[in-house]
Design a protein around this ligand. Sequence first.
Ligand code: GRF
Length: 209
Amino acid sequence: MPTKTVLGIILSGRGSNMQAIVDAISAGRLANAKVGVIISDNPNANALTRIPASDIPRVCIERENFKDKASFEKALIKELRIHHVELVVLAGFMRILSAEFLNEFNGNVMNIHPSLLPAFSGLKAQEQTLNYGVKVSGCTVHFVDDGMDTGPVILQQAVPVLENDTVESLSERILHVEHILYPRAISLFCEGRLKVVNRKVQILEKPEK
Ligand code: GRF
């Protein structure tokens, strides 16, 4: 049996993408991955209690318990290492990670963002989208670099922006697609089919030897 890539999911809130990833693994759509640990920086994150029947370790590491960002990130790294994490999956994690953190995992850190990057990076992407008045939006899965939503794009999928959309209705339409796209991008990674060349992500037919 091929070995499974160990994921470490880091989040701050609701956890619907985490849930979609866990569900995709259970359903066999992401059979080449397993979740080693779920880390939240927020003790009130729904995500910490969202999958009660699961035996996945869940840990809360709060930023305010550390004197600076470097020591907070050290604690994250320690926890991820304890669980032998190979791919760090950010799923609604509300902090920017340093280059030092990213280097620890050789850049094997992914994020999902609710817009078609590079449009509408940063906070409140759906609100920015509606305020600008574009007719198409969507979501982006990308590798993380030390900028704000600037890393190499892995997958994107568009959704329409409708005339009478609210932030809630647009967010819901995008979220539905996020839940499909994120497990798919992770699966490509686990199959060894993502190669970054000159900042561009190539999706290989077959993994390179
Ligand atoms: C999603 O919209 C994701 O694109 C963004 O943060 C939100 C997280 O939602 N990065 P959830 O916690 O996965 O439900």
